[in-house]
Write a new protein. Structure first.
Length: 154
């Protein structure tokens, strides 16, 4: 296990293309950082390059939940195929994914939606469009991408 300081030090050491941009992140925004940082996963950019990482063989189930719809594999669905994480209620709906970090989310008579509530932002999409969220985020201003209430950056 690493402390945040040790991890950031390792980023600067093994991934200077990312580490050199870290000063661009401040309390107000990380927009400048994300506009310039290379698109790379942490495991490839840092962990695979570091001499301070070791792996341990273990036997356990693993599911790389990489999308909101993937929650349907790791969370129990109700009889109508709805997955709810947090304070959510689905009435007369099927195959919905609801994730909320505080506010109550209620859907009525809708099917196949992904509803994500985090901080002061609520996202509603169809499950078919959920894989396109990266493209959506690229089109939104930083003020919309970064929540500013509980669960966010403030």
């Amino acid at each position: 296990m690493w402390t945040a300081a040790a991890f950031l030090g390792e980023v600067r050491k093994v991934a200077p293309e990312i580490g050199d941009l870290l000063p661009l992140i401040d309390d107000e925004s990380s927009e400048a950082f994300f506009a310039q940082v290379p698109s790379a996963t942490v495991d490839v950019a840092v962990l695979e390059r570091s001499a301070r990482v070791a792996s341990v063989t273990a036997t356990f189930d693993w599911d790389d939940v990489g999308s909101w719809e993937d929650l349907t594999r790791s969370r129990e669905a109700d009889a109508s195929g709805n997955v709810v994480v947090g304070l959510g209620h689905v009435v007369e709906g099927e195959s919905n994914v609801i994730y909320t970090e505080g506010s109550t989310v209620v859907t009525f008579g809708v099917n196949g939606l992904v509803v994500v509530q985090s901080g002061d932002i609520t996202l509603v999409s169809t499950t078919e469009r959920a894989p396109d969220l990266k493209r959506l985020l690229e089109q939104l201003p930083a003020s919309v991408r970064e929540p500013t209430t509980p669960g966010g950056t403030d």
